[in-house]
Design a protein around this ligand. Structure first.
Ligand code: HEM
Length: 175
């Protein structure tokens, strides 16, 4: 593999860096929480549901701010990895996170509204939550979240692979 020299002193903006790490932590908590809730009875998940929806909305709003910063603040050059395909894959995965997070959040909101979750929370009546099979946006929510977690694994593996092959710590650009 030929030697790659990326300029690691170029950094993302402070806002983008903060949002990257805050949303990363929230997402890592939200996915297992969502999967765990889906195995509970309505009466058992009212508290967790509120936490999931609030944290999820925080991710949503921060992602909207980050999308704005994407165009507004200066971004480091795209990383060179030594393979044209890999260069493109990294950019594609990065961009996909924005779309997936917005899609997941909108599907989550639609689930809250059409699945009876909001009514259940407002009136403290868990029985108002509809059966899973009848809530179409929940299927989209779960599917998009699963796709995002697979990309998250590739994203982390990409950082590790890049470090192993080039000894370049690309995290410096995001810290
Ligand atoms: C943005 C990051 C989020 C992630 C990674 C995430 C992840 C998940 C996952 C994995 C599930 C389980 C789906 C399944 O049954 O397979 C779930 C369920 C759910 N999520 Fe999210 N979610 C996010 C945001 C949101 C938001 C913003 C809302 C609403 C405002 C929301 C509302 C819900 C609801 C109502 C359920 C159904 C819970 C149940 O009845 O078991 N989520 N979420």
């Amino acid at each position: 593999m030929k030697e790659i020299k990326n300029n690691l002193s170029q950094k993302y903006s402070k806002g983008t860096i903060a949002i990257h790490w805050i949303t990363a932590l929230l997402i890592i908590a939200l996915f297992p929480l969502g999967k765990y809730m889906s195995g509970l009875e309505p009466s058992e998940k009212m508290g967790l549901l509120k936490i999931h929806a609030i944290f999820g909305m925080v991710v949503f709003v921060l992602t909207l701010v980050r999308s704005y910063l994407f165009f507004k603040s200066k971004r480091p050059d795209d990383l060179k990895t030594g393979s044209k395909f890999n260069d493109k894959l990294a950019v594609w995965i990065h961009n996909a996170f924005y779309f997936l997070l917005i899609g997941i959040s909108l599907a989550g909101l639609a689930t809250m509204i059409t699945g009876g979750y909001l009514d259940a929370i407002k009136s403290a009546k868990p029985d108002l939550i509809l059966a899973k099979e009848n809530v179409v946006p929940l299927k989209a929510h779960g599917l998009l979240a699963t796709i995002m977690m697979l990309l998250l694994v590739l994203h982390v593996l990409g950082v590790i692979k890049h470090y192993v092959l080039t000894k370049e710590n690309t995290l410096k650009r995001m810290s």
